[in-house]
Write a protein that binds this ligand. Sequence first.
Ligand code: SIN
Ligand code: FE
Length: 304
Amino acid sequence: MTVHSIALGSLPSSPEQARMWCARLEEGGILYFPETPVSFPAEDLEFLLSRRQTGSKLHKNIAYKPGRDRLSGLGRDESGSEEAGRLQAILRRYSSAVSAFLAGFLTPYGGRWRLDFASYRPIEEKGRDLPLRRRNDLLHTDAFPTRPTRGARILRFFNNINPSQTRNWVVSEPFARLLGAFTPGKLALPRAADPLSRAARHIACATGLGALVPRWKRTPYDEFMMQLHNVMKEDADFQTTCAKEFVEFAPGSSWMVYTETASHAVLSGQYALEQTFLVDPSVMVIPGSAPVAVLEKMAGEKLT
Ligand code: SIN
Ligand code: FE
């Protein structure tokens, strides 16, 4: 079973239990809280749910960058608006509430993560018309096209804030099985970067050229993870024949998962909040469970 349910009454966890939760995550499990451990002001929830859908970027899925305290992707006229200010304040509160909860819950990691973007997802996922590689209703592992993690793991914490509808996912094979299905036949194993491409990457990162051509910022690890994401979505045969487990996340629930290794897709659901953490692979309680470690062992070379 991939989903491990955690009752609020069982918190806080003992140190041994906390290590066990980390281990469940690291081996590809989903930690599920039927009742969210993160509290929101009622007026924040009301505001998020009451907004009508218009053509405005403010009403699309929106990212919040905690480091810069900014919403991304808004037009100039939208970003100064009262609505944007309200949304930013809500996401700021959400981001710090989730961070505080995880600091006390995933104690074995000692806070060795970087706080990445948070997002607000008001769009109904069912029937979205997106280009294939951006579709989230196809099974995939996560990789960020413009923000390579250089080996850090992608831990995502979600809240289904919909008052009445479940958010519906499907999950598939564990990472080792996925690798077996795609490498080396459909996807070559990564190789260490040669000195020339390493130098090119340093220049791209130092000069800002990487912003123009994001691919130049990727280590061999990042490039492989991006390709894996793409080949999974593009493989119609895999999408229909792979093992599947359907998971429903209840209204008011939370869950977290390492999405760079646990293959997942969202089939339907509307109104979610999410916060991403980039976790240092060296603090895993199962040493060697990080995909960078798995791939380096297979390749016999350093990949970051
Ligand atoms: C995804 O990471 O593929 C989307 C998950 C979601 O929005 O529920
Ligand atoms: Fe995803």
